[in-house]
Design a protein around this ligand. Structure first.
Ligand SMILES: Nc1ncnc2c1ncn2[C@@H]1O[C@H](COP(=O)(O)OP(=O)(O)OP(=O)(O)O)[C@@H](O)[C@H]1O
Ligand SMILES: Nc1ncnc2c1ncn2[C@@H]1O[C@H](COP(=O)(O)OP(=O)(O)OP(=O)(O)O)[C@@H](O)[C@H]1O
Ligand SMILES: [Mg+2]
Ligand SMILES: [Mg+2]
Lengths: 268, 268
């Protein structure tokens, strides 16, 4: 199953969720691939992976190659991806990573000529058979890269920071997703909304959480990720929380989230 | 003086800084215009302004009008902006707001045909004479909208959250700014780096702050904005911190930041 972690609001915990959910799913025994579609490359460094770790073409080169092949064969329908991006071993046995690099930011221009926005989908289709889950981290925008991840995805995980601006942007995001479903990916659906940086001592967190429970009772994951400094420290060691501090409340929350994701995905 | 608040890393406090710095400059007696270039429109709602408050064209309509005028007159050199966007009264006497709206996200396509990326610069040039400071809030990306703000700006304020991922992205950002200076806006310079969400009880904050002091001693503002929940609450009331809770440590920090900005701008 291909899960994209998205929210155009910045800093809501997309990368932290993509890295730690992927790690927790791997620890539950499911081969998992983490794809970093954000030119900032935070998910890549959050797993301790650097560009030189993966042999083979970069994700950028693979995306460009498929658009070039399509341009040469415009009436050819669906094209198999000519290049498979290199895959690095992640920090856990069952976790692998397709890392990002800054030139990914330049791919917007190359990807613009494909109205179906399905370049990433073709690339992931070639890779996904070796994995139970593919988790895609995305940049904070509704750019062509992000739309590619929405077309590639089966389901979406939407982190929502328990603060005012994050709540405000949610309506606009859900309207955009409806358009994507109608015009580009009819199978797309939201798996769940995830409360992040929840701080029980702060009234604002509780107010936002109550609003989410009122408007999205079915979509909301039962697990809320607490604000936990250990989660913010882990990336500086290039490790998921499960390795940086497995006894922390952050690690426990992502383990519980993985259980909910497996259940909503119909996987034991 | 035109100041753009930028950082492609999401959630680092760009909007919080744009709104509260603009409000603090207005309280020090300087007529200030806040321009919201982020389609999310957080700075607009953070000031309690809604789209219906400003008579006249939207910023989107003004940006599109200037590009259309340019297309009809390609050899015409610099064009005066045909449309001035409507300006709303802000929550304080000397604070005015040019608000954002979601259709701004669609302007990327319209703005792409102008290689000089100076549409916003022309629009602000028509408005700036009535204001001592123009503060521009930007989305979390290096998109065409953000590049427009870099071409329009005299100086830049770069909020840096005191956490690992925010520090990691700074190098890439400064390299991009060097390219903008060389090719699009030779007068552009960084006014300062601003530490945000600084939490003295957390080792990570101190570590990031020490790194910033080591690498950017001249650029770093002396004022560090502390993590203060009152700053996160204020937008839900549509007010800057100076009005939501003027005795808070957040309000005090933005007052002190405004003093540093006035001094670096050479304004009493
Ligand atoms: N539950 C949490 N508790 C404490 N800190 C957190 C938590 N989740 C994320 N963080 C920290 O908050 C910051 C923002 O999180 P993160 O970078 O994962 O968000 P993002 O949505 O991926 O940002 P962007 O929009 O830039 O991609 C990071 O410094 C991260 O370490
Ligand atoms: N010093 C602070 N203390 C506590 N909360 C803060 C502080 N500064 C900002 N916040 C809160 O953190 C969140 C992120 O801040 P903000 O939205 O200003 O960042 P941004 O860089 O504008 O985000 P985006 O990248 O989405 O534009 C918001 O909910 C805001 O209210
Ligand atoms: Mg991220
Ligand atoms: Mg913002």
């Amino acid at each position: 199953m291909i899960l994209s972690v998205i929210n155009q609001k910045g800093g809501v915990g997309k990368t932290t969720t993509a890295v730690n959910l992927a790690a927790a799913l791997a620890q539950w025994g499911h081969p998992t691939l983490l794809v970093d579609l954000d030119p900032q490359g935070n998910a890549t460094s959050g797993c301790g992976v650097s560009a030189s770790d993966y042999g083979g073409p970069s994700l950028y080169e693979a995306l460009v190659a498929i658009e070039n092949a399509r341009a040469q064969n415009p009436d050819g329908g669906i094209i198999a991806a000519p290049l498979r991006p290199g895959i690095a071993k992640g920090p856990l046995p069952l976790l692998s990573v397709v890392g990002a690099s800054p030139e990914l930011a330049g791919s917007e221009i190359e990807l613009a000529s494909n109205p179906r926005r399905d370049g990433l989908k073709q690339i992931i289709t070639e890779l996904k058979n070796d994995f139970q889950f593919v988790i895609v981290d995305t940049p904070p925008s509704l750019s062509i890269l992000t739309v590619n991840s929405l077309v590639a995805a089966d389901r979406l995980v939407i982190p929502v920071q328990c603060e005012y601006y994050a709540l405000e942007g949610l309506g606009q995001l859900l309207r955009t997703l409806e358009k994507i479903r109608r015009f580009l990916n009819p199978n797309l659906s939201v798996m769940g909304l995830l409360r992040t940086m929840f701080d029980g001592r702060v009234a604002l967190s509780g107010q936002v959480s109550t609003e989410l429970e009122k408007h999205f009772p079915q979509l909301l994951f039962k697990t809320a990720i607490p604000r936990n400094v250990r989660l913010a420290e882990a990336p500086s060691y290039g490790k998921p929380i499960a390795m940086h501090d497995k006894r922390s409340i952050g690690a426990d929350a992502y383990r519980r989230l993985a259980v909910e994701v497996m259940s909503r995905a119909g996987v034991a």
